[in-house]
Ligand binder design. Structure first.
Ligand code: HEM
Length: 262
């Protein structure tokens, strides 16, 4: 027989449920979140499938630590180096936030490569996930650009000369190279304008693009479902002849003639 809840517990449950119900009724967001978190994934999903979420976690860490750094960083050639010194030496836990952001940048890129390797080796880029692979390639390019533009911001010797090398390297590319180098440099030489330009790209343009593309990437992951490993009969790109057993498939799966079956 089910135990009766005490009046206090009932009141507490009502108190918690009220704002959740309020939001759900007006937006459907709670239902969407529940679908996202409790959606079915293939039974043979393994630890390899967590690399995408690990990359997402690294990105979130970069966003949070980046916002804290932006509150103290000064994008001015006369003040940039001093503001970074202040963050590292004087600001409470500034060394930790800066360290997390600097090392986290490498972690983000390495995890992105591991995730991409998993997708490639599992054949998860095949039909119907080609578009998500293309979005992933754009994410990789933007992720590396984010690292390149961030490297200049401390405005020390390493940052300056690494940027000189990077811009000159870009300039040697055929056709578009000189235009790209000129755009990155922002002026006649690498100086004030370059710092402003890199700052704007690092803080606004590239993170904006990353947010939009990650949103699209995750939408497609949810819409198409996560693919099974290559040793599974339901591997990506395999044609399914029978209907999937109840509760095994994602939202949509490739059907027998290349169409979609629910
Ligand atoms: C900001 C970087 C990225 C984030 C946050 C991210 C996130 C994710 C997540 C959470 C998943 C689902 C779980 C998983 O399969 O691991 C996923 C799947 C996928 N990702 Fe990424 N990803 C990123 C970059 C990339 C890159 C660089 C590529 C390839 C060039 C890529 C291609 C794919 C594909 C094709 C899938 C579907 C895999 C499947 O269904 O098995 N992603 N991604």
């Amino acid at each position: 027989m089910p135990r009766r809840k005490s009046a206090r517990r009932q009141k507490l449950e009502q108190l918690i449920a009220y704002p959740i119900d309020w939001l759900e009724e007006r937006s459907g967001l709670i239902g969407g979140l529940r679908y996202f978190l409790l959606r079915k994934v293939p039974g043979d999903t393994s630890w390899w499938h967590t690399l995408g979420s690990a990359t997402l976690t690294a990105f979130i860490v970069q966003t949070v630590t980046g916002v804290v750094l932006a509150m103290y960083y000064k994008p001015d050639p006369d003040k940039a180096y001093e503001s970074i010194r202040f963050i590292t030496d004087d600001l409470t836990f500034g060394w930790l936030v800066r360290g997390m952001h600097r090392w986290g940048a490498s972690v983000f890129i390495i995890l992105m490569f591991f995730h991409m390797a998993r997708v490639f080796l599992f054949g998860a880029y095949k039909y119907p996930r080609e578009l998500n692979w293309i979005i992933g390639v754009l994410l990789l390019v933007l992720g590396m650009l984010e690292g390149f533009t961030g490297y200049l911001l401390p405005w020390d010797q390493t940052a300056y000369w690494a940027t000189v090398v990077g811009i000159n390297l870009n300039g040697t590319a055929p056709f578009l190279g000189p235009f790209l180098a000129q755009f990155l440099q922002g002026g006649a030489e690498i100086g004030n304008e370059t710092l402003s330009r890199f700052y704007a790209m690092h803080m606004l343009l590239i993170p904006g693009g990353l947010f939009a593309l990650i949103g699209l990437h995750l939408y497609l992951v949810i819409r198409l479902g996560v693919s099974s490993p290559p040793w599974s009969p339901e591997a990506a790109g395999e044609e399914r002849v029978e209907a999937p057993p109840e509760g095994r498939a994602g939202l949509v799966q490739p059907g027998p003639r290349g169409g979609y079956a629910k």
